[in-house]
Design a binder for this molecule. Sequence first.
Ligand SMILES: Cc1ncc(COP(=O)(O)O)c(C=O)c1O
Length: 398
Amino acid sequence: MTRAAEVGAAIPFHVPDLGADERQAVLEVLESGWLTTGPRVAELEAAMQEALGIGHAVAVNSATAALHLALEAMGIGPDDEVIVPTYTFASSGEVVRYLGARPRLADVDARTLNVTAATIEPHLRPNTRAIQVVHIGGWTADMAPILALAAERGIRVVEDAAHAIPASRDGRHAATFGDAGALSFYATKTVTTGEGGMLVTDDAAIAERARSMRLHGISRDAWKRYTAEGSWFYEIEDVGFKYNLTDLAAALGIVQLRRAEETRLAREAVAGRYHAAFADADLLDLLDLPDWPTPGMVHAWHLYPIRLRLERLAVDRAQVIEELKARGIGTSVHFIPLHLHPYYRRTYGYKPTDLPVATREYEREISLPIYPSLEPAAVDRIVEALAGILRSSRAAAS
Ligand SMILES: Cc1ncc(COP(=O)(O)O)c(C=O)c1O
């Protein structure tokens, strides 16, 4: 047991899992003299293709960039609509707006917080061109019915797998079901490079367009122009973006990807301990735990989202978060649904009741710490703290 767990020092919401191999990999890049996009980026792309069993991987500097490039390569424009889960981060909707298209928000399944074919269908319009699916917390969405719905109507599917490396369903990796997938290597993610991301696809045309557009829309291997084998000559084919990943970041990513299953197992052990401790603490009438993966599912366990049973409590979610904070326990909320944000309310007139499942689940969700270095004693302390807060408020409620 560390001192942190013993004496009640702060338990942060997230601590990245970086070791000697990551340090060494970054040092080697510093010493190589080549800092930006180069051989390490190519190596990370090849490693991701292999890990996911997919044809193309295009490294970029965020998942937001990957989502933008995927939709851009699909030719989404101002007259189009894209279905976006409301239960997601800002990126999912904003990339649709970058292209002048309309994000049409869909509600989610109450248990998994993922969209389903049933929650998507009411939002299909004649000009719907694409559907985004977010695998929330690392739980791979039920893709087969969504793909069937999209195929019937000739609609493209983009998976936001920002939470889902490594996650799979029936032997198939998240991010490889649809036309394109976006991965995030942001600081808190399961494979991190600080900031970074990747677009993965089996569609050669999408990959080729994204490769050019990630670096100013100039010819394909523009990054090589300062190498011995490169050429000074380049041509601007289109107005692109500055979305390339650096070799410094990629070097971290290569090690992190190699360790992805090891760190996933460590997070799964944390989730297992939470599940057991909450059951032992007799708290299951006051909160709902995330579902445990069924056979055939590999859960990335990026998040451990609990849901309070507010009808049995005299406190609200914000008070519980404050009480945990007072006890040194960091938490987060995933997510404030897009339809509750001022931009979406103002621009499209969304009301909380328009997407009622997301509104309700958001109001009672708390994401607890989950990362490899979170010790069993720290998990127990978090569960005990919650037990204390919730039991006293149950007593007050009844
Ligand atoms: C579901 C989801 N999609 C996309 C993103 C954006 O990732 P990035 O920061 O790499 O752009 C995030 C980041 O938190 C996310 O949670």
